[in-house]
Design a protein around this ligand. Structure first.
Ligand code: GDP
Ligand code: GDP
Length: 437
């Protein structure tokens, strides 16, 4: 499902991050138990009145200046504005209108997207003396909405207003398998997607008149609908040379969160980088299916580097990587590019698998019989039973007399045992220990 994006912009110190945290703070009880929910300063998935959306805190908007840092921030803001469906301009009700507020407002009026003015720091909201926010009518963006992010007063009302502006989500896409192609610039992501589609679609749609909504590319494969998410972002990414770091991480996070399966592309002529591992881990930890694609295999000198060797080098970087399929492709020759389509479908099927409770318990019992959990401070650790509580990713709850007593290595033993029994290749398998005496 494609979620809308709400970006909060405004000059520094008006209270953007306070507002951001306030919104997330109130919603966190709802979102915390779902996989794939990030909660950091810049970007989070949240919900209000049953409408889900991404909230982006853009950092400070600064005056035109050629300081590299200022430029970076400005680029962030402009990117956020370009990506957003609804813009929230936050201003400081205590300080009153500031020239920079007008500069931002002017920009927002030009881009013609729904905008909401939030006048923050109106701490006496509800009191007859709280009238200062009316000064912000001058910004020309409609009614200024008072809020006190610090106390939370008015935040429910402004969230009501924000979600009213969200575009309708298209429900028919829910059945589709969403795929994110991620990786560092220049590893061949656009070439890869182009090759899969068998046409120069990404490039072609770059011409004038392309609608912003065409950010995802659908295709059919064996009766399934696949959607390559944020293919527009792929195109744009290589065009933007400054502010790439922010842009790519924002893009990548958003793509991961919208996907069922992530394809992490690597350049096989280079060793896997720390950055790649971080992205892979993010996708895995957020419950996405993961496939590693080592691209540009045509450039690799096969005498010195073989596929099994490269694969081994990747797998030894983290435990979970032994469960991730690794593939060697060339978008230049087309080698194995279509094999990835099969693999995407296989991985998603694994992610959706449901193991009947009696099987979970048979396997659990057998594993515990073969290797007993080590005692904890002299007390035996006993597994009582287990059950799979959800899918995408498969999540099992194991009831145990003393959850703290289960060692990391024993948990890994169970992971390995479950995977030996059922596979789950390319999919995370979440094991949760719960106390039961
Ligand atoms: P940002 O730079 O726009 O992200 O601003 P911050 O969220 O860091 O806030 C800047 C300062 O304003 C901090 O000292 C906040 O505590 C303060 N602040 C934020 N919201 C309010 C508010 O509603 N009322 C008052 N009085 N202060 C606030
Ligand atoms: P992106 O930034 O990840 O989207 O990467 P691009 O798709 O723009 O590719 C970057 C460069 O690598 C381009 O010059 C491509 O032609 C080249 N490239 C992509 N895939 C391959 C491949 O499999 N083999 C070779 N030799 N070059 C490739």
């Amino acid at each position: 499902m494609k979620l809308p994006v709400v970006a909060v912009v405004g000059r520094p110190n008006v209270g953007k991050s306070t507002f951001f945290n306030r919104v997330l703070g109130e919603r966190i009880a709802i979102v915390e138990d779902r996989p794939g929910v990030t909660r950091d300063r810049n970007f989070a998935r949240t919900e209000w009145n049953g409408r889900e959306f991404y909230l982006v805190d853009t950092g400070g908007m600064v005056e035109n200046s050629d300081e590299p840092m200022d430029r970076l921030i400005r680029d962030q803001v402009l990117t956020a504005i370009a990506e957003a469906d609804v813009l929230v301009l936050m201003v400081d009700g205590k300080a009153g209108p500031h020239p920079l507020d007008f500069a931002v407002a002017k920009h927002l009026r030009k881009i013609n997207k729904p905008s909401v003015v939030l006048v923050n720091k109106v701490d006496n909201l509800g009191h007859p003396s709280a009238t200062g926010h009316h000064d912000f009518w001058e910004l020309g963006l409609g009614e200024p909405n008072p809020v006190s992010s610090l106390s939370g007063k008015g935040s429910g009302d402004v969230l009501d207003i924000i979600v009213q502006h969200l575009p309708d989500v298209e429900g028919e896409e829910e059945e589709a398998l969403r795929v994110a192609v991620i990786g560092r610039p220049n590893v061949g992501k656009s070439s890869f997607v182009n090759r899969l589609l068998g046409e120069e679609r990404l490039v072609v749609s770059d011409v004038a008149g392309t609608t912003r909504d065409a950010i995802d590319t659908p295709m059919r494969y064996q009766g399934r609908k696949l959607i390559f998410v944020d293919t527009a972002g792929l195109r744009r990414q290589s065009k933007i040379d400054h502010g790439v770091e922010f842009y790519s991480s924002l893009r990548t996070e958003r793509a991961i969160e919208r996907a069922d399966v992530c394809l992490l592309l690597l350049d096989a002529t280079e060793p896997i980088a720390v950055q790649d591992l971080k992205i892979a881990e993010k996708a895995w930890d957020s419950g996405r299916g993961l496939i590693i694609v080592c691209n540009k295999w045509d450039l690799v000198e096969k005498e010195t580097m073989t596929a099994p060797r490269y694969e081994k080098e990747i797998r030894q970087r983290a435990t979970y990587l032994q469960w991730v399929p690794i593939l060697f492709t060339s978008t230049l020759t087309g080698q194995r590019v279509h094999r990835t389509l099969e693999l995407i479908a296989e991985v998603q099927d694994q992610r959706k698998r449901r193991i009947p409770t009696h099987q979970v318990n048979e396997t659990l019992r057998a594993l515990v019989m073969r290797t007993k959990p080590p005692a904890h401070h002299g007390h035996p650790v006993k597994f009582l039973y287990g059950t799979q509580v959800s899918t995408e990713p498969p999540t099992m709850i194991l009831w145990v007399n003393n959850p703290e007593g289960v060692t990391t290595s024993y948990e890994r033993y169970l992971q390995n045992g479950f995977r030996a029994a059922w596979g789950f290749t390319g999919s995370p398998l979440v094991l949760r220990m719960r106390r039961r005496d």
